[in-house]
Design a protein around this ligand. Structure first.
Ligand code: PLP
Length: 392
């Protein structure tokens, strides 16, 4: 018996466990202080009322013989795929329903998609980055190279013609930097992928935070993308589904490599290894696209966006460099006084009782940067920024 030795190459993730340890030490030593957590990437507002109604209705259906559902289609029910198809039409993207696959969230499919690619491929990943891209490829033993995201390029690296790669990861709006690619910049990546016969893994988990029609909220708004990109999306941040679990993956039928259809590969992969998302959850996701659902989720998104604006305003006032905030729930700031990420974490915790996420935890280029999130409540966000302002 041989184990998958690639697992031995995974770097231990100490980021959130170290944060938890430091926070617990602080609260033990200072029980009188009110701690404000701005490090979490999880949402805090509850599900929209129409979503809850849909869950209850679907649960009732499951309890009645005539409407009970057993195994559903692995790739998702038609009603949800069609609702997503309409959502894309509203962004001027035409997809066939069978190019859309319902998932239990973007994270699973971002890992699962690698079943389609040979282990010999070279993978290009931006640094800093959502750690899942690096870890899932490391588990398979693929060669990873990094595209540097930094202050000089506004944390939006561009293709380098001298570098050859087969799979390219793009996350826009980005976690952790909040940076968003323009249509022109994304077109350069699409052209580069087409020229190199590469595939773009496009993570659109935060697309709902984009407020300008001039910015791309799907890679398929870029000409040529249907020939080189797979898009991953999620209801987690859009509609507070982090605990409910639903997302979708788009694999265009025009995505052909070495004569094989990746859409057919993915369908085969899903029907073999996945048995679908619960009917109740898919009805909940469908409700997100109803007129009332869109109105209700937008109220929540606006709440988070206002928090992000409050944080950004504080950075502006203090002339601190940052990316994100406007079209993203994340504010990625340069640590004041040239502090290192963990140094700043300790300083902010011990002097202001505010918790954020050290940028160094997202890759080497994250050193000296810090992530604050807008997923907390309004009062705490305002108070945290008042405390922050008093420090600098
Ligand atoms: N992609 C990015 C960039 C994320 O930040 C996250 C979650 O934080 C995910 C994907 C995972 O989303 P899901 O909850 O749909 O698995």
């Amino acid at each position: 018996m041989n184990i998958n030795k690639n697992y031995l190459n995974l770097e231990d993730s100490y980021l959130f466990s170290t944060i938890a340890k430091k926070v617990s030490e602080f609260t033990n030593n200072h029980p009188e202080k009110k701690l404000i957590k701005m490090g979490i990437g999880d949402v805090t507002l509850p599900l929209a009322p129409v979503v809850v109604e849909a869950i209850k209705k679907a649960a009732d259906e499951m309890g009645v013989q005539a409407t009970f559902k057993g195994y559903g289609p692995e790739q998702g029910y038609g009603f949800l795929r069609e609702a997503i198809q309409k959502y894309y039409s509203s962004k001027n993207v035409n997809l066939a329903a069978d190019e859309i696959f319902i998932s239990d969230g973007a994270k699973s499919d971002l890992g699962n998609i690698l079943d389609l690619f040979d282990k010999d491929n070279t993978i290009l990943i931006p640094d800093p980055v959502y750690p899942v891209y690096v870890d899932t490829n490391t588990m398979d033993g693929r060669k990873i190279i990094f595209a540097d995201a930094n202050e000089a390029n506004g944390f939006l690296p561009m293709p380098d013609e001298n570098i050859n790669c087969d799979v390219i990861y793009i996350c826009s709006p980005n976690n952790p930097t909040g940076a968003v690619y323009s249509k022109d910049a994304l077109k350069k990546w699409v052209d580069y992928a087409l020229k190199n016969d590469a595939i773009i893994i496009y993570d659109a988990a935060y697309e709902c935070f984009i407020k300008s029609k001039d910015l791309p909220s799907s890679i398929y708004q870029i000409e040529g993308a249907k020939d080189c990109a797979i898009e991953f999306c999620s209801f987690s941040k859009t509609a507070g589904f982090t605990g409910t679990r639903c997302g979708y993956t788009v694999v265009p039928k025009t995505l052909i490599r070495q004569g094989a259809s990746l859409n057919k590969f993915w369908l085969r992969r899903q029907t073999t290894k996945f048995n679908g998302v619960p009917y109740i959850v898919q009805r909940a996701a469908e409700a997100v696209f109803s007129t009332e659902g869109q109105k209700q989720i937008k109220e929540n998104l606006m709440y988070y966006s206002e928090n992000a604006r409050i944080i950004s305003e504080t950075m502006d006032k203090k002339s601190i460099f940052y990316t994100g905030g406007k079209h993203s729930p994340y504010i990625w700031l340069k640590c004041p006084n040239n502090m290192k990420s963990w140094e700043f974490f300790d300083y902010l915790l011990n002097t202001a009782a505010v918790v954020g996420t050290p940028g160094a935890g997202f890759g080497k280029n994250g050193e000296g940067f810090f992530r604050l999130t807008s997923f907390g409540n309004r009062e705490n966000t305002i108070e945290a920024m008042e405390r922050f302002s008093n420090l600098f």
